[in-house]
Design a protein around this ligand. Structure first.
Ligand code: G3P
Length: 208
């Protein structure tokens, strides 16, 4: 039980670093939580018009998840040969990183929606599934131009991909993360249904 708590907390610490907030502040863009959708993620950072800062946010929010999982694997001495050898510690650390991003104690538990960190954790855990997530996201974004819809479609399909390509344990962990991701997108879902969701790269965004 202590092992589970240590893995979760270690992942949480990495995941809770709000890179979108830090980078936009450093770039003198003000508080990202007052702009567009008010989210701290890369999609909203892009609404400031700064593609470079949005890209840096995407990369950093992703890689903190990847790093946490790989660190857990390294410490456990996991040679990363087969996904079936991956231990529970990696899943719990990745889960902690995702939760840290979505509910960071530093921001009174009001964090991001978890998309980038979800991909990053997947990348560290089983990279082909991260590629699948990315491909589904890109395809949906290409067709719809909605970042939120793309993330929602990818989040629904990824646990299914994991179920067939890895095991039920991994699929279960990511299914829980998908559920949290979907709930965090509730305002986006309402806007999508109302036809008022902002498309990718458009600077004017509805409040919420
Ligand atoms: O990654 C978050 C994205 O799916 C939606 O972001 O800012 O449009 O709420 P946003």
């Amino acid at each position: 039980l202590i092992g589970i708590a240590v893995h979760f907390l270690a992942g949480y610490l990495f995941g809770s670093i709000p890179f979108g907030l830090i980078f936009t502040r450093m770039a003198g863009l003000g508080d990202i939580r007052a702009i567009g959708s008010k989210n701290i993620g890369a999609t909203n950072v892009l609404r400031t018009g700064r593609k470079d800062i949005a890209f840096a946010t995407l990369l950093a929010d992703m890689l903190k998840g990847t790093f946490a999982v790989l660190l857990a694997a390294y410490i456990a001495g996991d040679p990363h040969t087969s996904v079936l050898e991956k231990n529970l510690g990696e899943l719990i650390t990745g889960f902690g990183a995702f939760i840290g991003h979505v509910f960071p104690v530093w921001l009174r538990f009001r964090g991001g929606k978890g998309v980038a960190t979800y991909i990053g954790v997947l990348l560290g855990f089983f990279w082909p599934a991260a590629l699948a997530f990315g491909a589904i996201w890109l395809f949906t974004a290409f067709v719809s131009r909605y970042s939120s819809l793309s993330a929602l479609v990818a989040a629904v399909l990824t646990p299914v991909v994991l179920y067939f390509m890895t095991n039920v344990q991994a699929a279960g962990f990511f299914a829980i993360m998908s559920l949290i991701l979907i709930i965090k997108h509730h305002a986006n879902i309402s806007r999508l249904l109302a036809g008022t969701e902002t498309k990718i790269g458009k600077s004017a965004a509805p409040v919420g």
